[in-house]
Each structure stands twice: as structure tokens, then as C-alpha cells.
Design a binder for this molecule. Structure first.
Ligand code: DON
Length: 564
């Protein structure tokens, strides 16, 4: 299918308008024979499948989807952010790509503190100074050079057409665009494509001419179309309109890095996930190892004992995260210790599940020799069985809220993922210290957990999610939902979720998570319960024993599976 075709887009608009309510409640289970793409936006999923049908592989589709999401899903899809890709090819070879943003050269440890040493929170969250040097475009070029099979221009073309011709926004997007108008106006006094006086409605065409021009420069010149020349100059000019510090040198110097994935074992399943500077793979592995000895399948989904075991594991793993995780290029992260099955199991063997352990009594593990919402995920499998699990972010919804004038894309506010001061929580309540202090050229710690699972040498699952600090526990739960509780891909992402992150010391619960009786039992034994809105937007592909691709698109958003 050639995209965007206006009749097709109008059909999508009608379809979304008519079914957005039921979509919130349920998604039907989908299965595909050849290839599948699950993303946070229906148009991006269709772009990915069109590339697969043309003969592109999973990485080709991932690149086309990445650029399409930068157009159709501006609160997280991006040119101005970064992310991580975990890859497994059809023969079982694995790799991971780090295109996380970096602190600019002029960044320093105390850059978000006032003269008395207190954090000025807004500085790391909004405006030009909140932005790290973007990694997305360099990441996509790196992925293309190593694994791409179609032409670079072909992969950019759908995004260019969607930006120039516009696309019909969903009902959820219309609501968000309207809710953010005042904030957009404050941070973009000279306007931006999304800013207008009339209310946005579902089905309205969102046209982004400047973004289209930027995408064309990237299509023509590759990374140089972003990190050098006109786009780079627009970025630096934007910095000067506020308090930003990203320079032309920072942009020209940015490099994405191939890293060895975290690979571990859970009950005979091989788990492949993202290494530092994400905490995701390390923490996910530690969580799985921590609960491996418990009879979760026998206890059952969100059974009292299941929740206690998972929460006590989460409390400890997040305490370790706060102390030990940071950019491995700057800080020696004890990955082997943290992902040691015996260490995690021995620690849990001493934990009572009868009463909550107060988080104040839980300290990060000590190892000899060592001191001391918005993101989006997509999963792709192609006809040959190559798999991509990719999570990308500009951090908060709409990042720093600043569109680069002239270039039409949003800047990230990823600098807030650094620990701006030891003991001061970031926007997700996460704590950190030296390992994740701001340093020039350093990557801020992430929780993004793009993950692939295999069993007996065969691809089994491709999963990930946004959600800040809750990313790791959402991926953890989704994996257990499939491997322990026998759920289908769709059930595994629709199921209600909960989360504990050591501090604050309570369990975050979605409305339908953990039934009333279990909540009461947990509260009696010292577990705090905090009701909150939706947690994460998980996208999952499960490969069935017959080879079919079963997809799970999160009903919490506009998320959609497509395939053939
Ligand atoms: O890298 C991280 O861990 C965060 N910047 C992710 C932010 C996120 O998931 C927001 N989405 N809801």
C-alpha cells in the first residue's frame, strides 16, 4: 500500500472516530503468518507493514516506522530524542544499538541547581536547557548501514509524505493537542504547526511542512542532513532563543554505539535486553532471577503471594538501580554482579513475604571493588524471523515542549533523567547518585527495556513499553503474563498492571489491578497502595509454536497491530 493515500487516511480517521471508545476497553487478538508490526499509532504500524510487504526486513521497517512516528506521534516519536534498539536476526545473532541522547559539552554536575545547591526542577524539564544532544537520526543511519536492505530514501518517503500532506489525528491526539496548547504557546512564542486557535478535532489533518523539509534533508544527506548544515544551524539558533547549550560541535560529534546486549536465562528462556546506559536489561534480568524460584504459575496472576514476591523483588532491584546504574562509558557498572542469578536468588531467599519490608531498610547491594511520559515502543518481526524491539523517547510528553523553529521537530527533556542532585527524585520519582550525575558527553540513565525472548533457539517474544520508571516492571509483568500465566499476546498487554520502585514506598496500581481482597491483605501487612492512572503502553509480539505471529497492542492508547 502506498502511503499516505488520502482515501485510506480518511478511512482510518473514520475508523478511529467510530471505535476509539471500545478500543480503550478491548483489542481483539490478531495473528499474522508473515510479518507483524505493533506501534503506538495505526498509521505508523501500516507504514511498517508496507515496508515489510515490499521485501524490506525488520530493520528497514523499524527505520521507516521511527521516522513515521516522528510525524504522526509527536509526543514521543521523534527526531529530537533518542532510544535503544535490540535486534535478533533469524539465525539467533543478537545486537543492540544505543542512540541515547548525550549531555552537551558545556553541561556540568550542578547545572540544574540554584546558588544554595537546591534543584531548579523546571530547568531540566522545560525549555532549551532540558535537551540532551539528540541521537535518533544517527541511530537510524547506523542501523541502516549495518542491516538495511532497501534504499534509505525509500524508508524516509512515507514520513515525508505524512509530514507534507498531513494525516488525520486520532481522538486521543486531538484531546492532547488541545490540553497542551497553552504550554506550547508559552515555549514557542513564534508558533509551531501544532499551535492554533481553533480546537483540534479527531480526523483533522495535521500538516508539518518544516518537519517535511527536515526529513527531506535527512533523506538526501543522511545524518549530515541533521547534525550538520541547515538543521544543525536551526538547532543552535533555537538554543540561543532560550538558555540552551547544544553547540554545532556537540551535534557533529554525536555517535550512536553498538553494545553487547544483556543476555540471561529465565527457566530455559533466553532473555535479550538493553544494556547500560539503560538500566532496563540489567533490572529486568535481576527481577526475573529474583522471582524464578517462586511457584508463580501455581499461585496465579496477581495472587496475593505473586504480588508480594514481585514487589519485594522490585523494591530491591530499584534500590540497586539508584546506586549502581549509569553510563558505562563514564562509570563502572557492576553488570555481572547485578545479573548474577545466585546473588538475586540468595537475597530473595532471606525475604519474608508475610510483611512488607520497609524501603528505608532496603539498601543497594554492596559489591567488592565498586563504590558506593513520553516514550514509545514498537515491536517488529519480518517474514524471515528477524526481530526488532525498539523504544524511543523525548522523555516527557512533547519533551521540552520546544519545537526547533524552522526545522519543525521537538527537543527532548532527557537531561532530567540524570540525577541532578543525589537524593533528589527526578520526574519519575527515581533516585540516583554519582553513577548518574551530569557530566559533559555522558548519557543519562534510562529505564527503557526493549526486549526479545527466545526458547530453544527460536524467537518467542518481542516486547517493550514507555512509562518512565514503570517501564521495567511493565515489561517484567508482560513477560510473566505470557511465560507463567499462559496469556495470549493481547491479554498480556491488556492485563492491569502494578509497580513498585523502592521509593516512594508504595505499590502503584491501575484501577483494575490487584483485587480488593488482595489489596486489603497487602495493606494489613504493611504494603502501601497508591491508585493511579494507566501504566505504560506495551507492544508485544509472541511467536506461536505453529510459527504464527500473535500480536498485542496496548488498549491504553491508539496502539495498533498490523501484519500480513
Ligand atoms: O529513558 C527513560 O527511562 C525515560 N526518559 C523514559 C520516559 C518515558 O517512558 C515517558 N513515557 N511515558
Amino acid at each position: 500500500m502506498k502511503l499516505p493515500n488520502i482515501f485510506y487516511l480518511l478511512f482510518i480517521a473514520f475508523f478511529l472516530g467510530s471505535c476509539s471508545v471500545t478500543q480503550q476497553q478491548t483489542q481483539d487478538q490478531q495473528e499474522y503468518n508473515n510479518g507483524a508490526v505493533v506501534t503506538a499509532h495505526p498509521i505508523a504500524s501500516e507504514v511498517g507493514v508496507a515496508i515489510l510487504k515490499k521485501g524490506g526486513n525488520a530493520v528497514d521497517a523499524a527505520i521507516a516506522v521511527k521516522f513515521a512516528l516522528a510525524v504522526v506521534y509527536p509526543n514521543a516519536g521523534n527526531l529530537g530524542g533518542g532510544g535503544f534498539m535490540v535486534y535478533r536476526d533469524k539465525s539467533g545473532l543478537v545486537n543492540s544499538l544505543d542512540f541515547r541522547e548525550k549531555a552537551p559539552a558545556k553541561a556540568h554536575r550542578d547545572m540544574y541547581l540554584d546558588k544554595d545547591g537546591n534543584p531548579i526542577t523546571d530547568l531540566s524539564l522545560y525549555g532549551q536547557l532540558a535537551a540532551g544532544v539528540p541521537g535518533s537520526v544517527a541511530g537510524m543511519e547506523e542501523a541502516f548501514k549495518k542491516y538495511g536492505s532497501l534504499s534509505w530514501k525509500e524508508l524516509l518517503q512515507p514520513a515525508i509524505e505524512l509530514a507534507e500532506g498531513g494525516f488525520p489525528i486520532t481522538a486521543q491526539q486531538a484531546g492532547e493537542f488541545n490540553r497542551y496548547q497553552e504550554r506550547f504557546k508559552k515555549h514557542n512564542p513564534n508558533g509551531a504547526a501544532i499551535i492554533r486557535d481553533a480546537e483540534w478535532k479527531a480526523g483533522d489533518l495535521f500538516v508539518q511542512k518544516e518537519l517535511g523539509e527536515t526529513l527531506k534533508r535527512i533523506a538526501d544527506q543522511g545524518r549530515d542532513g541533521f547534525y550538520k548544515g541547515k538543521t544543525a544551524e536551526y538547532i543552535v539558533a533555537e538554543m540561543k532563543k532560550g538558555n540552551g547549550i547544544i553547540s554545532l560541535e556537540d551535534l557533529a560529534n554525536y555517535q550512536a554505539v553498538w553494545r553487547t546486549p544483556i543476555v540471561g536465562n529465565y527457566k530455559g528462556y533466553k532473555v535479550i535486553s538493553m544494556p547500560p546506559p539503560s538500566s532496563g536489561g540489567v533490572a529486568l534480568m535481576a527481577l526475573l532471577q529474583s522471582v524464578e524460584k517462586y511457584p508463580l504459575a501455581r499461585w496465579g496472576f496477581q495472587h496475593d503471594s505473586t504480588v508480594r514476591a514481585m514487589v519485594e523483588a522490585e523494591r530491591r532491584v530499584y534500590a540497586d538501580r539508584a546506586t549502581h546504574l549509569g553510563d558505562p562509558d563514564f562509570y563502572s557498572v557492576p553488570v555481572a554482579n547485578l545479573t548474577d542469578a545466585k546473588f538475586n536468588q540468595d537475597r530473595m531467599a532471606k525475604v519474608s513475604l508475610k510483611r512488607a519490608t520497609p524501603s528505608d531498610e532496603v539498601k543497594a547491594a554492596k559489591f567488592p571493588g565498586y563504590e558506593s511520559e513520553e516514550t514509545t515502543h514498537y515491536s517488529i518481526v519480518d517474514k524471515d524471523g528477524n526481530a526488532v524491539s525498539l523504544t524511543t523517547t523525548i522523555n516527557g510528553s512533547y519533551g521540552a515542549l520546544v519545537w526547533v523553529e524552522g526545522a519543525g521537530f521537538l527537543l527532548n527533556n532527557e537531561m532530567d533523567d540524570f540525577s541532578v542532585k543525589p537524593g533528589t527524585p527526578n520526574m519519575y520519582g527515581l533516585l540516583g547518585g554519582k553513577a548518574n550525575a551530569v557530566e559533559p558527553g555522558k548519557r543519562m540513565l534510562s529505564a527503557m527495556t526493549p526486549t526479545i525472548i527466545e526458547k530453544d533457539g527460536k524467537l518467542k517474544m518481542v516486547v517493550g513499553t514507555p512509562g518512565g520508571s514503570t517501564i521495567i516492571t511493565s515489561v517484567f509483568q508482560t513477560i510473566l503474563n505470557v511465560l507463567e500465566f499462559d496469556m495470549t499476546a493481547q491479554e498480556s498487554v491488556s492485563a492491569p498492571r502494578f509497580h513498585h520502585q523502592w521509593k516512594p514506598d508504595y505499590i502503584d496500581v491501575e484501577e483494575k489491578a490487584i483485587d480488593a481482597k488482595t489489596r486489603a491483605s497487602l495493606q494489613k501487612d504493611g504494603y502501601g497502595i497508591n491508585k493511579r492512572g494507566p501504566i505504560g503502553r506495551v507492544e508485544n509480539i509472541v511467536v506461536l509454536p505453529n510459527g504464527k505471529l500473535q500480536t498485542g497492542a496496548d488498549p491504553r492508547g491508539d496502539d495498533k497491530a498490523a501484519g500480513y
